[in-house]
Ligand binder design. Sequence first.
Ligand code: NAD
Ligand code: ZN
Length: 374
Amino acid sequence: MSLTSLGVAITAQASIFRTVGQVTMAPGAAWSVLRAAVDAQRNVGSSVRAVFLVDDFFPLDSIARLLAAGDQDVWVTVSTEREPVTNEIDDLMAQLRIDLASVPCAVVGIGGGITMDTAKAVSNLYGNPGTAASYQGWDLLGAPGVYKIAVPTISGTGAEASRTCVMTNTASGLKLGMNSRFTFFDEVILDSSLTGTVPKDQYFFTGMDTYMHDFESLNGSHRNALSDALSQESLRLVREVFTSGDAKSNANREKLMTASFLGGTAIAGTYVGLVHPVSAGLSVVFGTHHGVGNCIAMRAMQEFYPAEYDEFWGFVDAQGVEVPVLGGMSWDADTLDRLTAATLLHEKPLSNALGPDYRSVLTPTKIADIFKQL
Ligand code: NAD
Ligand code: ZN
């Protein structure tokens, strides 16, 4: 039993859906739509200044020019060298509080999952005191952050649609987001013309994240009809894209952006499965990025997801992509212990995939066997 915010008792079978506040489908028009969205917020709160967090692929000055933004705003380049780390989010907050005396009218994330998650975390911390790490978990935020807007520039994570912002706490080894109803973006602007410059391999690795979200939720025990319908449609689009001879055509980029949004919305009402905890282990211990980590994890998934294993390696062949092999690893006891701990922390996805007794399947020996296959 749990209670909703309205104080209504619901059963364990009930699934609550929330989603982003507003989605604008804006093919070729992201910048004018974004400008209007930010300007609308300037008239609402006490500050007229916004914070723009931009993926390091894009030069800040060119985006600022495209937006015709004045110099009142704060512009930050988000490094995509590594995925968000809790204490670096705290450092960013400290810097923003120096650069901007008041609370901004909006926080905008322009980029991939790293940048969008950073924007969500920053927005949330404007509304909630304390450190980023103190909100890693489920429903720990007590209040909304400032108005947050996403402009995804690569498709697949569903971060634009989900109720979390994934961060790694390097001290505790925990890779977990601020999973909360307050983490959704207020506004998302979908313009698939922005993904044309994504390199082919990265397009595949991030795109496959949607495939994993879809099949992991469809194979789980924590199902509901709405998530299923969203995941199935997302899966259909992903299949069309990655069996096509030109996965990056304009039409396919639009399909993948749509699939990503649907997949992200689906998992906001359910959970992922086994691929994600294994990928999180790789991320925490070796710093492997999420999309490619999921693809590497698929090497050990034949036993758990046989049909998807075959289909996934079929996509790899069709697209001519190289999934890296974890080479030259020393599988010493300490590394295996850390991988095991980082994997088993993901109780909800693991019980969704393997049932409440997942630890009887995923023994330390089994987990070591999985990682050694990668
Ligand atoms: P990313 O943010 O890691 O970026 C990948 C690369 O693509 C970077 O080098 C970036 O500069 C580049 N890039 C982005 N847009 C580009 C463009 N238009 N042209 C050229 N290059 C471009 O990519 P990602 O795979 O979207 O995000 C991964 C992150 O998302 C991880 O931190 C992961 O934990 C997180 N994630 C979050 C959720 C969620 O629900 N919040 C879900 C899944 C993953
Ligand atoms: Zn994912």
